[in-house]
Design a binder for this molecule. Sequence first.
Ligand SMILES: CC(=O)N[C@H]1[C@@H](OP(=O)(O)OP(=O)(O)OC[C@H]2O[C@@H](n3ccc(=O)[nH]c3=O)[C@H](O)[C@@H]2O)O[C@H](CO)[C@@H](O)[C@@H]1O[C@H](C)C(=O)N[C@@H](C)C(=O)N[C@H](CCC(=O)O)C(=O)O
Ligand SMILES: Nc1ncnc2c1ncn2[C@@H]1O[C@H](COP(=O)(O)OP(=O)(O)OP(=O)(O)O)[C@@H](O)[C@H]1O
Length: 489
Amino acid sequence: MKLQKLIEDLDYINISGDLEKQISGIEHNSKNIKENFLFIAIKGFKLDGHDFIFDALSRGSKVIVVENNNFYNKRDDITIITVKNSRIALAVLSNAFYNYPSTRLNIVGITGTNGKTSTSYFLESIFKNNQWKTGVIGTLGVKINEQNYNIDKTTPEANNLQLFLHNMLEKDINHCIMEVSSHSLSLNRVHKIQFDIGIFTNLSEEHLDFHKSLDEYMNSKIKLFYMTDKINIINSDDEFGKKMISKLKDLKTRIITYGINSGDIQAKNIIQMTKNISFDLVTSLGNINIKLNTPGIFNIYNALAAISCSIALGIDLKTIKQGLEKLENVKGRFQVIKSDEDFDVIIDFAHSPDGFKNVLKTVNEFAKARIITVFGCGGDRDKSKRPKMGEIAAKYSDICILTSDNSRSEDTQVIIEQIIQGIEESSYEYFKIPDRKKAIKKAIEIARPYDIVMILGKGHETYQIINQKKIEFDEYKIVKDILDSYRQK
Ligand SMILES: CC(=O)N[C@H]1[C@@H](OP(=O)(O)OP(=O)(O)OC[C@H]2O[C@@H](n3ccc(=O)[nH]c3=O)[C@H](O)[C@@H]2O)O[C@H](CO)[C@@H](O)[C@@H]1O[C@H](C)C(=O)N[C@@H](C)C(=O)N[C@H](CCC(=O)O)C(=O)O
Ligand SMILES: Nc1ncnc2c1ncn2[C@@H]1O[C@H](COP(=O)(O)OP(=O)(O)OP(=O)(O)O)[C@@H](O)[C@H]1O
């Protein structure tokens, strides 16, 4: 694409150099630059992209977007574009480069602290049951026609995001379900995405290293609801959901609310079972009984979010029910593995105080014997949640085994000591086993019939990041192997 055309929507301060150049790609990381790519220099949290301009030039870039007004262009063959905000420029240019893909797709954006992935998979199952060709972008990767692509973020950087949307269109996808993280809203990764529907699941303490306060965290999430064309769907039982509804009074698009205690769309007559949960869906279109193949009141909320969105898009209740009931399990979300010794192992991605509370409370409702919980906390992320997760795990478990999660650059022992601060007041007994595989082995060794071993925090992930190195760690396979090795004895 010619540079002149590419920059039509860009708000720039200054341009030096010619606009006749052909651009073959857009990139913010100099390492990924190929011949005739446009490089956007971003002032990051750790590094400054402006320091990599010469690297980008050496790899074939001839057009550079900078935020730094003083950047001096010494070369005639290079075009320099100065902008106020490089991250916004990345989003604007990527949108134009891929020919505005979001305007040709029906896009549902899901935001909230917990439940985004689960809601997106409930929704995908309903959409597919309605014969809609559906793509998904989120923590479990990008899914286009049963093909999965790994991504390193929940919501990809703007250039990759626009590329995935473009690829969906190439494969005739008409509906895209996207998890929209608060980071992506704050850092303008989704800027220029035209959402049809926005969904808010809930908000609780998380990412306070990045957002500094819960109100700031909420304000970043609220941005999504100003980006939607059709309808916004909000959990009105959630404290922050209620706050959002009152803050969004000036919104032009309609709001549909859902909940168990309030809302336009409600769940009543809930029956909780060990491996599933059923409820009567109450709507203005009629009522219908629905059975989810996964337990937990929190999953009713996730299902209600998906149901509200489907109703807003005109899908009938019978198709919605069938779609929800077809979904067996979302990877790493309350994934049950049975042992020969009559105890269950459950792998779950809970990694926030609220996630811990929800999942452990659910298990307490059906546990016939002890609950043994194996968990750690991520390094280089919000430290304030560590003692809180310790306190909740101790409150709802009989035995805790403290171990590593993704320690990243931090020392696992130090993280464990911070978790312990939340549990030690109760003179609660726990084990400290930093090696996660050994910790899982210990839990399985001490488990007795009817006990439940909860392994929290990593869910679907197949790696651990320890000492900044990514090592293979497939929790599901590890549990299976340990159970098999006992079986063979
Ligand atoms: C806090 C955050 O989101 N940080 C993101 C941010 O990093 P940064 O600004 O610090 O980037 P940086 O490393 O300082 O580098 C600055 C610039 O120099 C460039 N560079 C760097 C090195 C080089 O050799 N050449 C080069 O050009 C980089 O590409 C970048 O553009 O911008 C980078 C590039 O745009 C992102 O990769 C990085 O995400 C990191 C990987 C991350 O872990 N983010 C997490 C917290 C995140 O976004 N999580 C949410 C989900 C959260 C949840 O709900 O659980 C998500 O959506 O995934
Ligand atoms: N509605 C909910 N409310 C509270 N906790 C939930 C809810 N739904 C799921 N959880 C818990 O949070 C964990 C993560 O769920 P899920 O992956 O759906 O959330 P997410 O918002 O996508 O998380 P992330 O942003 O970290 O990817 C689940 O394994 C479960 O323990």
